[in-house]
Design a protein around this ligand. Structure first.
Ligand code: GLN
Length: 264
């Protein structure tokens, strides 16, 4: 074997190894990508007595509503998956802070107070609190008609409950009745157990429309609220995905489709 042939063979061997190494490199990179192709599964929680945002579908018994469709569309756009969890409204922020859930999608007002504890997405719905009474109650036409002999209800952990507790502390009402679920609060308003209920306008409207002629809304809208999805403080990776997905579904018309499904 002459020198040239030997060099040629050595070169071929060297190149074979180089290719093999290269191939391995690619292979493991593909494997890494394969691992990150597995969709992330985030735990998302809501309190389901807040129609049409958060409710339970009567047929399927699954969590349903504007928040569910919106968050599912965002997840699909961003390539992650969701595990939905039903929870008391006052348990949502503690669960997020403890890391037991990743997202709150529960018609939650992105208030300054809550922003001390959690981070909010771009807000997606403007709302406000209103007073509801039993249909035909002519004594209450607005917040100034509430008197120290009256019982006023709201849902635990909500901005409505903050206001009702404030009215009680100021001696303007006789009792602040704080409920776990709005369904029971509305029933108590319908049967006269409470004189008034302070709750979000679109949700009270949904209860009103579900049972026409039982309750009505009186007076002005009492404040301005904007709902956002919450993530753990500092979880910018997830927050950016939610915000990017939200923008995409606004741009491609999906947001409007979902909005029209629940509000028109
Ligand atoms: N908007 C109110 C709040 O953020 C009520 C939310 C709810 O009951 N889901 O406190």
């Amino acid at each position: 074997m002459n020198m040239k042939k030997l060099l040629a063979i050595l070169l071929i061997i060297a190149m074979t190894f180089a290719f093999a190494a290269c191939g391995n490199g690619n292979g493991s990179q593909e494997e890494d990508q394969g691992a990150s192709d597995e969709p992330m599964v985030y735990k998302v929680a809501m309190e389901p007595t807040f129609p049409p945002f958060d409710t339970i579908d009567v047929d399927t018994q699954e969590l349903a509503g504007f928040d569910v469709d919106l968050m599912n569309a965002i997840a699909e756009d961003q390539g992650f998956e969701l595990e939905w969890i039903n929870m008391g409204f006052d348990g949502l922020i503690p669960a997020l802070q403890a890391g037991n859930i990743d997202i709150i999608a529960s018609g939650m007002n992105a208030s300054e107070e809550r922003r001390q504890k959690v981070d909010f997405s771009t807000t997606y719905y403007d709302s406000g609190l209103v007073i509801a009474i039993k249909e035909g109650n002519t004594a209450i036409k607005g917040i100034d008609d509430l008197t120290p002999d009256m019982k006023v209800g709201a849902q635990i952990g909500t901005t409505g409950a903050d206001l009702v507790n404030e009215l009680y502390d100021e001696g303007k009402i006789g009792e602040a009745k704080i409920y776990n679920g709005l369904d029971v609060a509305v029933m108590d308003l319908q049967n006269g157990t409470i004189d008034a209920l302070i709750n979000d306008l679109p949700v009270t409207k949904a209860y009103m429309e579900a049972k026409p002629g039982t309750i009505e809304i009186v007076g002005d809208v009492l404040n301005a609220e904007s709902y956002g999805f919450a993530v753990q403080k500092g979880n910018t990776e997830l927050l950016e995905k939610i915000n990017a997905g939200m923008q995409n579904i606004i741009d491609n018309g999906t947001f409007d489709e979902i909005y029209n499904k629940w509000f028109e």
